[in-house]
Design a protein around this ligand. Structure first.
Ligand code: PDD
Length: 286
């Protein structure tokens, strides 16, 4: 398997990451996930822009330009031969010794890594939906940074799994924010409600795509906070992310939701999302 390591494409076995890399010691780094359909990246520029925006928010100096990263990941995609999958890239603040909380000097080089794995679209779940739980958002207050320190998120996902659920819908003082690894929105009386961007959620790129879809379909979208009570009273609930696309929710705690019924707004968003994929990456075979 070929991977990106230190600005090069190498065999995975060649990778050497020092235990004093700040990503390993402090979780000091950022990442992106980019979906691949038909050997092509979906929403590539948006992801690269967010990668640089995350870097900027933690004052990390990128050694490469956006274009250089695009060239590198495009070469990796070609090399991998993968048709449908996910690219993960990470940038840590690099290897600085001795261990010190302070940001290291400018001569410490950030380290870029990346890999691609096959991941088919989950067609069945896109029809039947996922089960979720509501739980308190225990994370920090800079959730807009796509950072590699994901302990809060993975603890929340684990909580969901302990309840045989796929995703945890998070709240702060009963205000719904997002999920452990996706954004969340509700449909009520023909309109969509989702938490506004800001420091409490990740500004999802999938959300941008479905918001544009809603605009085309004349479905109002209100980016405003709503409560866990509103969530339970919703007509439809859905999660969105690069990897799960527009995913209907069939259960929140013990409450069931009928998924993709006639006139379903989530279904119309899914159809529009698929058109967007086809426009950018060509016809889907599944
Ligand atoms: N997660 N919120 C959180 C906490 C996320 O981790 C993600 C994505 C999103 C949705 O963002 P986008 O639409 O840009 O994928 C929202 C990815 C899939 C992951 O970390 O694997």
């Amino acid at each position: 398997m070929k991977v990106i390591w230190d600005n090069k494409i190498v065999d995975r076995e060649e990778v050497k990451i020092d235990f004093e890399d700040r990503g390993y010691q402090f979780g000091d780094g950022i990442y992106e996930v980019i979906r691949i359909y038909n050997h092509m990246y979906f929403c590539l520029d948006d992801h690269i822009d967010r990668f640089f925006s995350s870097a900027n928010k933690i004052e990390m100096n990128m050694l490469q330009s956006k274009n250089e990263i695009k060239i590198l990941i495009t070469a990796l995609l070609k090399e991998s031969g993968i048709k449908t999958g996910n690219l993960y890239i990470q940038m840590t603040r690099g290897n600085a010794s001795p261990r010190d909380h302070t940001y290291p000097s400018q001569d410490v080089k950030p380290l870029l890594t990346g890999s691609i794995t096959t991941a088919e679209r989950n067609l069945e779940q896109l029809q039947t939906g996922i089960k979720t739980i509501i739980t308190e958002d225990i994370r920090w207050l800079k959730c807009d940074i796509k950072m590699i320190s994901l302990l809060g998120n993975i603890m929340l996902k684990h909580e969901a799994h302990k309840h045989n659920a796929d995703e945890a819908i998070l709240h702060r003082d009963q205000t719904v924010t997002e999920c452990s690894s996706s954004n969340v929105a509700i449909v009520k009386d023909g309109a969509i409600y989702t938490h506004p961007d800001g420091n409490l959620i990740l500004p999802g790129i999938t959300k941008v795509v479905w918001r544009n879809c809603a605009k085309k379909l004349n479905i109002p979208v209100y980016e405003q906070a709503y409560s866990t009570a509103d969530l339970l009273k919703a007509d439809e609930v859905f999660c969105s992310s690069t990897t799960i696309e527009i995913m209907p929710v069939n259960q929140v705690d013990s409450q069931s939701f009928t998924v993709l019924k006639s006139n379903s707004i989530v279904k119309r968003l899914q159809e529009c999302y698929k058109v967007e994929i086809v426009q950018q990456c060509g016809k889907l075979t599944n």
